[in-house]
Design a protein. Structure first.
Length: 129
């Protein structure tokens, strides 16, 4: 019987290295800026949710007790694929996750529109004199 040596697959992943969360978070941020991803208010306070064509759902959440920012990805059946926190990511990913959270918050809460309304109200105060 001929022996077949086991050789590593060229496409095999290195499981001692984390998935590329940097690229994922950057792409989420880029697509959000491009308005291809729309964040909505989640079920919890300080939580924002975005769905990618029903195939993946991302939830960004700030845990107030420790100001931890958490990104959760669920697959199309709703199972959690991963949950990462900014405090267990490299500095670059951690900063990117914080920027994404702030952007998701702006969109979900329509902060830009509210600021514009406040500016208009302030401008109207001059007319009242």
């Amino acid at each position: 019987m001929e022996e077949h040596p086991i050789t590593p697959n060229d496409n095999a992943r290195e499981y001692d290295v984390d998935p590329n969360y940097d690229v994922l978070v950057d792409k989420l941020h880029t697509r959000t800026v491009e308005r291809k991803i729309i964040w909505e208010l989640g079920d919890e306070h300080d939580e924002y949710v975005a769905s990618l064509r029903g195939k993946a759902t991302f939830t960004l959440r700030r845990i107030k007790e420790n100001y931890k920012y958490v990104l959760t990805m669920r697959n199309e059946t709703g199972e959690i694929v991963f949950r990462i926190s900014h405090d267990n990511l490299p500095a670059s990913s951690s900063e990117a996750l914080l920027r994404l959270y702030k952007l998701a918050e702006r969109i979900a809460k329509q902060i830009d529109d509210e600021v514009d309304k406040a500016i208009d109200l302030l401008d109207d105060l001059d007319d009242d004199e």
